[in-house]
Design a protein around this ligand. Structure first.
Ligand code: HEM
Length: 159
């Protein structure tokens, strides 16, 4: 219903092509002039709702939990953020580039996505095991995050 309403609005020029993702998906075609079907558009939007909303909400919730349960971590995170701000002109705020500098804060994030799937394209060796071509593999962000060599973090032991 929403897709049809938007199609009509675009036709009657009551909606802009830059309105949002739905307009973009309705108006973009591939190199052969093929447009997406309504099902493909609905699937793309549902994917983005899940990929963008649930991941962000889970990351923020886990971060709040970590900071709430560990006042000493909160203090260090705050110190790091204020330290980055110190180098800026007054009134300036933290930006995307600053995220790279937040090495301590980064360690306090817990991956909301457990991992994902891959397929081995060739035979390969890993940690003494042979993984044959064609095998399905799960990579796990959560397990890597629990490796204290890579993410030295007090909260790792409690989650
Ligand atoms: C904390 C927030 C987020 C986390 C932890 C996260 C996590 C991930 C991960 C792990 C993948 C790779 C999956 C794989 O290769 O198997 C992925 C891919 C993707 N994410 Fe996110 N994501 C986040 C935010 C977002 C947001 C805000 C959007 C869009 C609004 C988004 C859209 C996508 C899309 C479209 C892909 C597929 C990319 C591709 O391979 O074509 N994600 N995300």
């Amino acid at each position: 219903m929403i897709i049809n309403q938007r199609k009509l609005a675009l036709k009657q020029e009551n909606a802009s092509s830059f309105e949002d993702l739905l307009s973009q998906l309705l108006l973009s075609s591939d190199e052969n002039g093929r447009f997406l079907s309504e099902l493909e558009i609905a699937n793309n939007i549902l994917l983005l709702l899940f990929a963008g909303h649930d991941t962000s909400a889970a990351s923020i919730t886990l971060l709040m939990k970590c900071l709430g349960e560990h006042p000493e971590v909160y203090k260090n995170v705050l110190k790091e953020q204020l330290g980055i701000l110190e180098g800026k002109a007054s009134g300036e705020v933290l930006n995307w580039d600053d995220i790279q500098k937040m090495r301590y804060s980064w360690n306090q994030l817990n991956p909301p996505v457990i991992g994902s799937f891959r397929e081995a394209l060739v035979d390969f060796e890993y940690a003494g095991y042979t993984i044959p071509k064609g095998w399905k593999i799960i990579w796990s962000a959560v397990m890597t995050h629990k490796d204290e060599d890579k993410f030295p973090c007090v909260t790792n032991t409690t989650l």
